[in-house]
Design a protein around this ligand. Sequence first.
Ligand code: IMP
Length: 407
Amino acid sequence: MRTGNIAVIGAQLGDEAKARTVHWFSQHNHNRHYVIRWSGGANAGHTLYHNGKKIVRHLLPSADFSNPDCHAFLGSGMVINLEELLQEVKDTDAMFPGAGAPYRITVDPDAFVVLPKHLKEDKENVVKFGSTGRGISPCYRDKVNRCGIKIGDLFKFDTSLEDQRDLVQALMNKGVRFSYAVREAIMFDRSDLIFEGAQSVMLDQNFGAYPYVSSGECTLGGIFNAGFAQYMPKTVYGVIKPYTTAVGKMPFPTEQLNDWGNKVREQGHEFGATTGRPRRIGALDFPALRYSIAKGGITHLILTKLDILNGMENIPVCRNYEHGDPISGQDFFSAKPVIEETKGWKTIDDKDYSDEQLWNFIRLVEGETKGETIVSHLSWGTGEKEMTGVASYGDSYWLVDAEGKQL
Ligand code: IMP
């Protein structure tokens, strides 16, 4: 399979299983390809499974390093904790011995360094805004305030940041390259680029319920600003679960503080991959999804974690807010959702996907997003075979493998 240049972004409040889908694209792409992170830092908790083994990455893209065609790039919009990156590179190298994974990792020296002082300062934000405490917002603040440190600075002047310089040296000794995006153009031209979003449209600085947002640029603007103007993807996958989760203190209109919410948290293992915090659980929120699609330029939807709701007779969803759809992130503070129930499905896997209720749910998702997006992929587990494409003709749907062959 070739993916071409695509972006995968979160269309809810983070933790939509983006990493699982990016990893699947990387697993199946046998053209030379890059998986590119462009924003955020170790606040992201990207969980993926390789041969049944769980891998949690915070900085490295969700590239499948066992695939010799796969490369990873950490873009200039990121804020990087070098100590954490070194550890992830070592872990990845150990996990794929002999695959030369570190030699396939390139970091843009224009990315900013998360310093120990940023980590210390962010502790206050954990209490105030529910941040992940990874130094993200203090580092971005220094960037905007023109007093941040770029990785490239560590090579240039006597910064008195010997420890940080040592970390860069240790990364280079492992095989990691430091090179500006523009220098890599000749390689990017010959490759498929899979842009991996971190956080989500609704956690984006500009689009989320400010100030309960993250500090990175989570949508296409961030790709452009990280130096990829020539490679802007036309296909933008928005990843959603059939329910919503949130970590932090943001307004969460469809939150379900009830047995259903607790059951979904347990069945879906909805605990933060970065902080271990129990995630807040809510119903699938269509007004919020319509907002994400509009702000994020989303063209396709990938529905993940369908198995978590297997066997539930009814599923709560929100099709409308009492006072109309949100047009600003601030509208989420006053949103009054109308919660309804829709019929659930019995089960889904690649052999058994005939339950009409499942397809009614997909029809509901496509209908509620006003036909602007199609559901292009489904995922119901963590394995390579537990994600497929969706094809349709008229009113019929069926599953297709990565090559588009009917299952
Ligand atoms: P920060 O990015 O650590 O400053 O946190 C700001 C807000 O974004 C908090 O509510 C975090 O819980 C949330 N957040 C940041 N990264 C993620 C993520 O990867 N998944 C879900 N929530 C996140």
